[in-house]
Write a protein that binds this ligand. Structure first.
Ligand SMILES: [Zn+2]
Length: 479
């Protein structure tokens, strides 16, 4: 299966501006003359356009005088290309180039798109895209472009909505790293719990206990809640942050333990991304906040996949115990929620004006312990670690190289994809978007998946079935 050439980051760093570097990658994609890649080129350009649009919205928001958006004076461009499954921001001359990996983006996009379809075939596709994202984002994603075409056929509006959300989140997250470098992270209400701060807090707590203990535990408690507390989003047992009220500005802040301080920039970039997404909405903040629960659902599923991908990457780099610099997805969501609640309060909105309830029930399902255990099991099943080299052996469907589409289907590579693609390919509905036809098309997909299940060795199919059950249990609240 041919694919576009990998991006050479060192070469890009040599350019005299981010625009020139970005243009060189685009020119290279445009110049590819391979009929098999025509559809890929088309989708490449569409996703690039979504990334450019996200960037343009950011530049516009920078021009508006308001008290909300985070202003950054920097020359930043964004480009899509094959980059070993990584999204990075590099320096080019006086500016920055955000490089988004195409497999990373497309597998994530398709996983999200199909997760929202209440159909068996869609959940299988979603789970395969999830697996590809987590296990093989550094490899080409055959049939990705075809699946995008199918997705556009089924629900074009929703596909472009998810594409835009994803483009904005990933691009703004990367810009967040630039912002921190140039402007700091003063917008983030989080403090690193240094040993000095820990000592100071301990002394303060001891002083309160000594002073108030004669008046009973309740009096001590009341006094303590004036400056120390904890924050948990919706769940009862996961990622609880300690908080304290910083005497410097009387603001409640999350405390990041010393052992996790390397994760600080990631939290800061996430919050930057979310604040910027709200700032570029073009409607007033109050309305943006009110429609947040739907978007939060997408962000949660997105973070879920990104998180497992990171854990697997940690394994690929050889040391299962190696701490990664990326915090767990549920903690990242909690930090975002903490800041959104504060933002709502600062705008005079009560917490109730955000529909946290509908998001909350969704949230507790997605971050439930059983779901996490099952997904971990599935990924473990899919990545047998070679004990001598300590490198994971990817399962057969993900490690196979193929010369073309037909050999790919013949050898059984992601037969779920294959059957869906074949059905679509010979479908008389190709090109039409009548609702009835789409129903029929989806029926055919479902029929195809059932067929494949009976033909495919269960070792290949089992992870997809289990994962698609997990996905169907996560009641996706976008309808
Ligand atoms: Zn980051």
């Amino acid at each position: 299966m041919p694919d576009f050439d990998d991006i050479d980051l060192d070469l890009l760093r040599e350019f005299s501006s981010p625009s020139e570097a970005a243009e060189s990658v685009r020119a290279q994609i445009r110049s590819v003359e391979n009929p098999e890649l025509e559809n890929s080129k088309l989708w490449h350009e569409q996703i690039q356009a979504a990334l450019d649009h996200a960037m343009a919205l950011f530049v516009d928001a920078n021009r508006v005088e308001d008290d909300f958006s985070l202003k950054l004076d920097a020359d930043i461009k964004v480009v899509l290309g094959s980059n070993g499954g990584n999204c990075v921001c590099i320096r080019v001359a006086q500016g920055y180039l955000v490089v988004i990996d195409r497999t990373y983006f497309i597998s994530l996009l398709l996983y999200l798109f199909f997760a929202a379809r209440e159909r068996d075939y869609a959940r299988h596709l979603s789970s395969w895209c999830f697996l590809h994202h987590c296990l093989a984002a550094d490899r080409p994603f055959p049939l990705g472009s075809l699946l995008l075409t199918i997705a556009a056929q089924i629900q074009a509006g929703f596909l472009s909505f998810v594409t835009e959300e994803l483009a904005k989140f990933i691009v703004y997250h990367e810009i967040g790293h630039v912002y921190q470098e140039k402007e700091g992270s003063g917008y983030l209400d989080m403090t690193k719990l240094t040993p000095e701060l820990e000592d100071a807090l301990r002394m303060k707590i001891d002083a309160v206990i000594a002073e108030k203990s004669d008046f009973g535990d309740e009096a001590v408690g009341v006094e303590l809640t004036k400056f120390v507390g904890e924050f948990r989003a919706f769940h009862s047992s996961w990622s609880i942050f300690q908080t304290w009220r910083d005497p410097a500005d009387s603001v409640w802040k999350l405390l990041l333990p010393e052992k996790d301080v390397k994760e600080f920039p990631e939290y800061a970039s996430d919050v930057f991304a979310v604040f910027t997404m709200l700032a570029v909405d073009g409607v007033d903040l109050e309305r943006s906040l009110e429609s947040l629960s739907t978007r939060m659902s997408i962000w949660s599923l997105m973070k879920l996949a990104m998180d497992y991908q990171m854990r697997i990457m940690g394994q690929v780099f050889g040391n299962l115990q190696a701490p990664t610099s990326h915090p767990a997805a549920s903690s990242r969501l909690d930090v975002i929620i903490f800041h959104l609640r504060k933002l709502a309060a600062s705008k005079g909105l009560t917490p109730d004006s955000i529909d946290w309830d509908s998001f909350g029930s969704y949230y507790t399902t997605i971050w439930s312990k059983p779901n996490d255990d099952r997904i971990k099991d599935i990924l473990h099943l899919c990545t047998m670690i070679d004990e001598e080299t300590n490198v994971p052996q990817l399962p057969f469907p993900l490690q196979e190289e193929f010369s073309d589409n037909s050999s790919l289907l013949a050898t059984g590579y992601l037969k779920v994809f294959g059957s869906a693609a074949l059905i679509w390919d010979r479908s008389e509905f190709k090109g039409s978007r009548e609702p009835d036809d789409i129903e029929k098309l989806e029926d055919e997909f479902d029929a195809g998946v059932v067929d494949v299940a009976s033909q495919t060795p269960s070792a290949l199919f089992a992870p997809s079935i289990t994962l698609s059950q997990v996905i169907s249990e996560i009641d996706f609240c976008i309808k």
